[in-house]
Design a protein around this ligand. Sequence first.
Ligand SMILES: O=C(O)/C=C/C(=O)CC(=O)C(=O)O
Ligand SMILES: [Mg+2]
Length: 213
Amino acid sequence: MARFVEAGKKIVAVGRNYAEHAKELGNALPTEPLLFLKPTTAYITEGQAIKVPITCTSLHHEVELGIVIGEKGADISESDAMKYVLGYTLALDMTDRAKQEELKKKGQPWSVCKGFDTSCPVSSFIPKEKIPDPQNIRLWLKVNEEMKQDGNTKDMIFTIPHLISFISSKFTLEPGDLILTGTPSGVGPVQAGDVIEAGVGDIIKVTFPVEKK
Ligand SMILES: O=C(O)/C=C/C(=O)CC(=O)C(=O)O
Ligand SMILES: [Mg+2]
């Protein structure tokens, strides 16, 4: 199991960080990073299954580059930000989209649509040196062998150093924390019986089955 999962520190996720994805869900582009948190009980690793929450009517996949933090820091400058990165992971930000729509309409927080058990499948740890330019790497995701998401981290609205700096001005970052950097376009539904495959370039690939809870 990946060290950062065992460390069990916080998961900070960024939303609407790719213009095409913000547009596909009918959202305005953010003027500053939109943050939400997932509990560490959301983690699963390969060999485990994504479980559709009992009341969920539209479970969506979102493939994302995850940043694993290596050092404690608060109020980190953009110029120092990459020193705090230990490495990366491929993460899925599984989302109960129907519930999210309902919560958005009521102006309520996203914890239950984003933080349910198994909502954060991750790959094994990717050492920093394996991704020399994290701001230009392909992210892809297939459902039942059909390509659904095929994006590149160069299209992030807020760069990785900006995200680390912004997040650390709100929450002290600690070793083992994970930042989900947002998803490119192409999100869509999965159901029990489907198989998700996803990858970061040709560096890592993961497979997760989707099952009834
Ligand atoms: O505002 C919405 O309708 C949906 C936003 C998200 O789910 C944000 C993300 O998690 C993302 O962009 O990765
Ligand atoms: Mg997301």
